[in-house]
Design a binder for this molecule. Structure first.
Ligand code: ZN
Length: 228
């Protein structure tokens, strides 16, 4: 049996996963990347799997559309900052300022997106660099260069020579989640893997990490929906 099915036009790729304990066919769409998996019981066959997936085509398309729907960033709308919805309002002067749940952005409408993006990137650096240094320090390590990017597949990464990369979109997540990602990457300075030893290190420096990691699993897609 092939590992994927192709359903409809434009085609939706469905990844097949055999599970001897499964009692029925079931579909799942990942919140993170929209990947669709079809779990197959032991007695399954390809024709039935295909028929089941075809039956669910409407459901899959509805969910995919909802998941990837872009959120336009405009004056008067809200956007997440530190996990809290902030209103975007016209500002004065030259700099973006945040006061009492409002982000004031100076300039014309067409400058809003690039200005807010630049502001978020600066904020991300201001938070994630000290946080990385802090967690690295706890582990007796030091960090290399820190790069901020707009990545889709990962929130952070760490190279073997200690250079770190983060998605600047993390500033939209709660502060605790930003700290968790910094702790996660700092722990890779010690363990370049996701072994049990690695996760027990994460638990030591970031005891609530499961809650924060779960926040990203559930809400991560939303951070990418904003058209920034
Ligand atoms: Zn990792």
């Amino acid at each position: 049996m092939s590992d994927t099915l192709s359903i409809g036009d434009p085609p939706i790729t469905v990844h097949l996963r055999k599970n001897a304990r499964a009692k029925r066919y079931s579909l799942r769409i990942s919140n993170k990347d929209g990947k669709i998996s079809l779990t197959l019981p032991r007695w399954s066959n390809l024709n039935e799997a295909m028929a089941f997936a075809r039956d669910q085509e409407g459901w899959m398309r509805k969910h995919l559309a909802k998941q990837l729907q872009p959120i336009e960033v405009r004056f008067g709308e809200t956007i997440l900052l530190d996990g809290i919805a902030h209103e975007i309002a016209h500002g004065q002067g030259r700099s973006v300022v945040v006061v009492d749940g409002v982000i004031y952005v100076p300039g014309r409408d067409e400058q809003l997106v690039p200005k807010l993006r630049a502001y978020f990137k600066t904020l991300a650096r201001e938070r994630l660099v000290p946080a990385s240094e802090y967690y690295a320090g706890l582990l007796g390590k030091s960090i290399g260069r820190v790069t901020l990017r707009d990545t889709r597949s990962r929130w952070g990464s760490c190279t073997s020579d200690g250079h770190l990369m983060y998605s600047w979109r993390l500033v939209m997540a709660p502060r605790a989640v930003q700290d968790y990602v910094a702790a996660h990457e700092a722990c890779h300075l010690v363990e370049m893997n996701h072994s049990d030893a690695y996760w027990s290190l994460v638990a030591q420096v970031s005891p609530n990490y499961k809650v924060d990691r779960n926040w990203l699993k559930v809400n991560g897609t939303l951070l990418h929906q904003y058209q920034l």
